[in-house]
Design a protein around this ligand. Sequence first.
Ligand SMILES: [Zn+2]
Length: 443
Amino acid sequence: MRTTWSLALRLLCCFLLVSFVPAQDESRPAKIAVRAARLIDGKSDTPIENPVVLIEGRRIIAVGSGLTIPKDAKVIDLGNLTLLPGLIDVHTHLLTEMDGTNVSLQDVETLKIVATESTAQRALLGAKLGREDLEAGITTVRDVGNSGVNGDVALRNAIDWGWLPGPRIDAATRALAAPGGQFGRLTPEAQKIIDQEYVILNGPDSARQAVRQALYDGANCIKVIVNGTPADVTLDEMKAIVDQAHTAGVKVAAHAIGDKPTRIAAEAGVDSIEHGYIIPDDVLKMMVQKHIFLVPTDGTVEEFLKMIFGKRQPTAEERAEQESWIRKYVEGNRDRLQRALKFGVPIAAGSDMYLTMPDQDRGQASLNVLDAYAAEGMTPLQIIHAATSNAAELLGWQDRIGALEAGKFADLIAVPGDPLRDISVLHHAQFVMKSGVVVKNAK
Ligand SMILES: [Zn+2]
């Protein structure tokens, strides 16, 4: 009896510890009114002139043109800036950074990271990169694996508990994959290392078990690497994953490139296909029917060149040699994005940024994907929706983020100029607020 009581007491203490959430900022005023020149709400087609956003605590309570400002509200006047919802990046790897000049050796680079950096160290890297994202105006991310064993959950919790500044994180824990993960072929002796980064599937039962394990580990979503070497994740495994995840109310993101992997993902009914650099028309049509998002993790020619050469100035021949294949690759991405838009596939913005970029921190480098969408022919409004309301819907968080409207978390950014004319101004957020707390105000 005594043992039972002491155990019960200890469990209660544990519960209290787990559920204790420190306040993010005790200095946050009760009411804030943010004023600016115009506002793009993330959902509608037309901006609002002379907007006022009223905030109470963590949430927006009203948005409109020339609203009456309550006497007790603190006023933040952003002058001629444009207000938008905090941006959402649905494909991040905050716990991984590797040298971009070694593109052909990425599996070796991943191996090196997993073998030499503890999850704790990677979580601290995530703290740095997460802050860079937040300061660039990315207030929410979906972090899709390559985070050691649950390092993303640790980072998410630390940010949620106010231990450090960073974006709101939708965490996937380890990605589910076919034997080998994304390491290529390893010797039998080296197989153990795979489990430090991926959960390996061997049939539908193990796929269900992998989803249960991810949920137990604290995942908000499930990431699957459908492409494998030598074999892909099977349709039966994929169906089991989707069924198990959806039963628990959790979404599934599928890394899929090529005819067969994208078809497996779409037929199984995943929630998003990541990358999809090669994807046939009939799969795109299936995505429209099933409302499966495409997350085009694209780049511009300039960005790829910078990535490959780093800080080094290439010779004219070197540059021309790289540029010819990059142009072809980027043209292929443009073609599939245009086909997806033509059929009406919903698009959510995802950077897949995990490389070092010269002269850019992680936040700025992650915003390059928006420039790539513009170069591939998306309109500024389509791009903004992809990085706000569409992204929120993909996460299943459309009730809390992705738009500037009453009831949503007060995640706001403000940029100079008009993003509807030039999307690149999103690189210059001068004001960032997350959950009603001012993160940055350079105005
Ligand atoms: Zn990725």
